[in-house]
Ligand binder design. Structure first.
Ligand SMILES: Cc1ncc(COP(=O)(O)O)c(C=O)c1O
Length: 398
């Protein structure tokens, strides 16, 4: 019996299935396996190595003891939906109805999956920035959409406005942005967000904005595209508690949008996970209500970590691109004589006891070739770990 189906499309779209029919593990899985096999410092996958706020962890323990262990409501627990609405009001001045305009999901990943599956039909075009978070490619392929991309240009990884204008057409169903951006740590300026809103109107497209790093910006405060004039009606905003509260394993995410969009998304989401993470929902609700100092504190802590790793990479001989947000910094290995970052990443555990991820893993072939010597390193690790990584990387230049 031959086995086929949407998995093939998804695997091809995610760049994992090649002509030989063999599915490769994602580069993240490969690099994490390499890190555990060699004991190298894992700066490949973006997960913190320290726990988040004690109150948030305690709230989850309490919820389990209190018996919050069964299916929560389909839209998410009221306490969390109210906390999400209050968070959007407090930080961005957006007023939401928690019963009609907020949906809790199994991480930002399920939010992305249900939005893309809800709105993309065969042949619809979906525009994303490139490099792009790997799930975008797989999900667009799963929904039989056509993936068009707008390259982020060196040295600051910003999209060219003419490229954006050319990519968005009347065939575009969704413009998916990721701001702040993984893997580059770039932040889209207001003018670019305004252009995206203008293009969405002109071509009757929806904007999907993945803002999981909203609290991890190092220069300017985050601007949600939904707050721009004319944006709200056609914007679906996605976020998640994982990065903000160091709880990436809890997979508590959410969507905010106007009611009719939420309804369409729920129609799909109910058949994906239906619901998830009952005891973690009140804990994330508590986290969202923490005082302002918590949120400014995580950004300044991470800015310091960025500085430690960026300085270490520069000292080791990499060309380092400044990261303005997120967990990640991009570094060019070409000055060290390494043109192929994928090969370098495979050798890096042996050469320096460190794991990174090649930027090509976030690109289609053309940009992958252009960015072949770039590596993404995660700095969401303890300072002593980053210092050790920096010291070990300094071996490379010798
Ligand atoms: C840009 C981006 N979107 C979505 C996700 C997934 O978020 P979650 O773990 O909440 O599903 C990540 C995780 O790394 C990410 O970097």
């Amino acid at each position: 019996m031959s086995i086929s189906g949407p998995w093939q499309r998804t695997a091809v779209g995610a760049g994992l299935l090649k002509a030989d029919g063999v599915i490769r593990p994602t580069i993240f899985a490969e690099m994490s396996a390499l890190a555990s096999a060699t004991g190298a410092i894992n700066l490949g996958q973006g997960f913190p190595d320290e726990d988040g706020p004690a109150d948030v962890l305690e709230a989850a323990r309490r919820a389990i003891s209190d018996g919050l262990n069964q299916y929560p409501p389909g839209l998410g627990m009221p306490v969390l939906r109210e906390a999400i609405a209050e968070h959007q009001r407090r930080f961005y001045g957006v007023k939401l109805d928690p019963d009609r305009q907020v949906l809790v999901t199994a991480g930002a990943t399920e939010a992305l999956a249900s939005v893309i599956l809800a709105f993309v039909d065969d042949g619809d075009e979906v525009v994303t920035l490139e490099p792009f978070y790997d799930a975008y490619g797989g999900l667009i392929a799963l929904s039989r959409g056509e993936h068009r991309t707008v390259p982020l240009r060196l040295p600051d990884f910003q999209p060219d406005h003419d490229d954006l204008r050319a990519a968005v057409t009347d065939r575009t169903k969704l413009i998916v942005i990721n701001n702040p951006h993984n893997p580059t740590g770039t932040v889209l300026p207001r003018e670019t967000l305004e252009l995206i809103v203008e293009l969405a109107h002109e071509h009757d497209a929806l904007i999907v904005t993945d803002e999981v790093y909203e609290h991890l910006t190092f220069d300017e405060p985050h601007i949600p595209v939904a707050t721009l004039p004319g944006a709200w009606q056609r914007t679906i905003t996605i976020s998640s508690g994982g990065k903000t509260f160091n709880t990436t394993g809890w997979k508590v995410g959410w969507i905010t949008a106007r009611h009719s969009l939420i309804t369409a998304i729920v129609a799909v989401k109910q058949f994906l996970t239906y619901v998830n993470a009952a005891p973690f929902q009140p804990a994330i609700a508590l986290g969202l209500g923490l005082p302002d100092e918590y949120f400014t504190g995580i950004a300044s802590d991470l800015r310091n970590k960025r500085d430690v790793l960026s300085a270490g990479l520069a000292k080791a001989g990499f060309d380092v691109f400044e990261s303005h947000a997120s967990y990640f910094v991009v570094a060019d290995a070409a000055p060290l004589g390494f043109r192929d970052a994928t090969e370098l990443c495979r050798q890096l555990p042996e050469l320096a006891g460190v794991v990174g991820v090649p930027i090509s893993a976030f690109c289609h072939d053309e940009l992958a070739a252009e960015y072949s010597s770039l590596v993404r390193f995660a700095f969401c690790k303890r300072v002593d770990v980053l210092e050790l990584a920096a010291k070990q990387l300094s071996r490379l230049g010798r």
